[in-house]
Each structure stands twice: as C-alpha cells, then as structure tokens.
Design a protein around this ligand. Structure first.
Ligand SMILES: [Zn+2]
Length: 258
C-alpha cells in the first residue's frame, strides 16, 4: 500500500464528488448530466474550469457565485469531501485491487442516493440501477481475479435475500417503507453477499438499528410524529457501509464458525 495510491483515491474522490453534485441536482428533475455545462442557478453564469476545481473553488469563492455572489450552498463541499473520504477508506481496506474500484462505485452511488433522499425523500432508480450496472461486473471480475468464483453466487444470493426481506418489510409496513428502498436492496445485498452471505443480515440489521435510533430520537425531541415518513435510504446506505468495514468483527462474534 503506497501513499501514492491514497492520493490518487482522494483526487478521484474529489472529482467524482464534484460530478455527484451535478447528478444529485439534475437526476431528480430528469435533466441530462452531460449537457448543458454547469451554470449559476441565479444569474446563469456559465461556470468555467476555475469555478469547478473541487473544494478549492468553493473555499476561494466563499461558496458564492463569482459574478452575482449568490450562495451556492454547502452541497458541493460536503459531497466532494464525503466522496474523497469514502474512496480513501475503501482504498485502505481493499488496497490495490479491483474491489477498491467496485466499492468506490458503491460509495459514490450511496452518497448521491442518500443526499437526494434526505433532501426530497426520493431514491431515483436511475442512480440505483446505474450503480448496480457498473458495480456488479466489477465484483464478478474481482471474484474471478481472486479465483473465488463462489463469491459470484453469494453475490446473487445476497441480492435476492435483501430484496425478499425488504419486500416483506414493504408489505408489512403498509407504505411506511418506500419502494425506492426496496429497489435499492438488491444493490446492497449484492455487495454484502460478495463479501460473504452473513454480511447481508448484518448490514440490514445495522440499517434498522440506526434508523430506529434516529427515529426514536426525532420523536423524543418532538420533530417527527409516528406517521412522518423518515427517509430510510441514508440508513440503508450507512448500515451497508458500516457492515463493509466492521461486518467481519460482528460476524466473528455472532457466528464464530462462519
Ligand atoms: Zn451567479
């Protein structure tokens, strides 16, 4: 593991994070993420390369448009730094392997989905399916490179298990669990299943645990009634990512023989 690899992961994370800013703004509105180029939402100023350097442009311009000084919000900064941090974490965990790329794809997809879900309580299927369409082939290649083809089967089985479970929850909750969460579950199940089937229940359990902690907390401080739909996507994302990093330790405790 070289320091160079970490730096590459961080730079890629900043660039992908900058791209996610565009994705999270445009995909929910059904707009193209390729054209037209980025513009200021207030005055229409076309943003040049110097306005789009991750983190630095934002800091240099104080989070405001260069021409009209309208605030562009903290969104680009959070997404850029968040993506870079996750990419570095994945690189530290999976080192110089195809898995690093595959799990960076997952991290980027989950970050974009969580951000949109927090903002407008939606999990656009375009992002869910694109993440799976890029990630699954990488995981298959990773399994073959490691000469561990059984991972391909646990990946498929994990996706099916997660989908079946979330679908049952969706039916039992009678609208309390959105269908965007159900659609997201095969993606999470595939990645966790690739790591090992026990990761699937661990990831889902952590998601519901985090969700109930925050849900109960919100009720206690009186900000959410029992009927308020709490966006669950961010908790599914968090449960999955925590399972990726500490799932092994949890599994070793629960099922020492697996
Ligand atoms: Zn402007």
């Amino acid at each position: 593991m070289t320091a160079g690899l970490i730096v590459i992961a961080a730079v890629f994370g900043l660039l992908i994070g900058s791209f996610l800013t565009v994705v999270t703004e445009r995909i929910p509105n059904g707009e193209s993420i390729v054209a037209p180029g980025s513009r200021c939402g207030a005055c229409g100023l076309r943003l040049g390369p110097l306005d789009l350097v991750p983190v630095f442009s934002w800091l240099f311009l104080g989070g405001k448009c260069r021409r009209c000084r309208t605030s562009i919000g903290i969104e680009p900064l959070v997404l850029e730094l968040g993506t870079a941090s996750l990419f570095v974490a994945m690189t530290l965990k999976f080192e110089d392997s195809i898995e690093t790329v595959a799990f960076c794809v997952l991290a980027a997809g989950l970050l974009a989905l969580s951000w949109i879900d927090l903002r407008i309580k939606r999990l656009p299927r375009e992002i869910t399916y694109t993440t799976l369409a890029i990630g699954a082939p990488l995981l298959v290649i990773g399994a073959l490179v490691r000469d561990e083809p059984r991972r391909i089967w646990t990946m498929v089985l994990g996706a099916a298990l997660a989908l079946a479970f979330m679908w049952l929850v969706h039916i039992a909750a009678k609208g309390g669990m959105g269908d965007g969460d159900v659609r997201l579950s095969p993606l999470l199940g595939a990645y966790l299943g690739w790591l090992g089937l026990p990761y699937v229940p661990v990831g889902l359990f952590l998601a519901f645990l985090f969700g109930s902690i925050v849900g109960v907390g919100a009720m206690v401080v009186g900000r959410a009634g029992r009927k308020t739909a709490v966006p669950f996507g961010p908790f599914l994302a968090l449960g999955t990512l925590v399972a990726v990093f500490v799932g092994r330790a949890i599994i070793d405790r629960l099922w020492p023989d697996v």
